[in-house]
Design a binder for this molecule. Sequence first.
Ligand SMILES: C[S@@+](CC[C@H](N)C(=O)[O-])C[C@H]1O[C@@H](n2cnc3c(N)ncnc32)[C@H](O)[C@@H]1O
Length: 287
Amino acid sequence: MTAASGNQHRPFRPGERVLLIDSKARRYMITLAEGGSFSTHAGTIPHTDLIGRDEGILLRSSHGARLRAVRPTLSDFILKMPRGAQVIYPKDIGPILVLADIFPGARLLEAGVGSGALSMALLRAVGAEGSVVGYELREDFAAKALKNVESFLGPDQPYRVEIRDVYEGIGPEHFPDGALDRIVLDLPEPWRVVKHATEALRPGGILLSYLPTIGQVARLREELDGSPFGLAETLEVLQRTWHVEGQSVRPDHRMVAHTGFLTAARLLDPDLPEVPPGPGVSPGNAA
Ligand SMILES: C[S@@+](CC[C@H](N)C(=O)[O-])C[C@H]1O[C@@H](n2cnc3c(N)ncnc32)[C@H](O)[C@@H]1O
């Protein structure tokens, strides 16, 4: 008996999303339906071949092509989901979660929401005890984000999207006890949010911004420098995949290099008094 066969089985059911991967690593996302079928140039697979089968099964199309069937991960879904605005790619989403230190129970503001790719990752990280309020200028994008989130994570998420311009302020109703834990921005002029973030975040809270060009980063850092935010850092993530086939092991010829820069900073209360050295510590030997 293999380890996998001892695990709990969860066969594919109608209505579920399935990712089919062919021998050239091409990926197709389908939703199973009674009587449905999937067709490509490589042939057809009736959905009945999948319904009731276990994840990971290998299928043969009508033309003999082999396809592996698994449930899509969040990353798979983001790359295939319907979009209006440009999404943040999985390459950057993971680092955003760590750099902004998104934790279970966190209360977040996200602007702009766009297609909701980042929203999904934020929602998974804050969990049922947390909340994500999204600000978005465009109603059509907001509707798409809500649909994508529900489609992948299911209904009743602690998520709502308001049609609002975050440059005009953050509604106090979103931080009733004076404390948002995190603000995550993916919009062109995040420096216009710094002042509002100062009022909405709790001390120690984190502002994170995703920006495509370094000129925008410089402008944001300038604004942060003149604000109560500190401990600012900016980075970018380069992802290089490798070709691994027998003895042929080398970096792939192509890589996704630049997408955007991540900048994070923490709100530090400028009115906090400086704590003098404790007894027995002279200014000379204080670290
Ligand atoms: C690149 S998209 C965000 C994509 C999103 N992060 C995702 O992963 O799907 C930027 C969004 O910000 C919105 N936006 C731009 N300025 C805004 C503002 N001042 N307030 C709220 N939303 C804004 C735009 O309408 C657009 O949908």
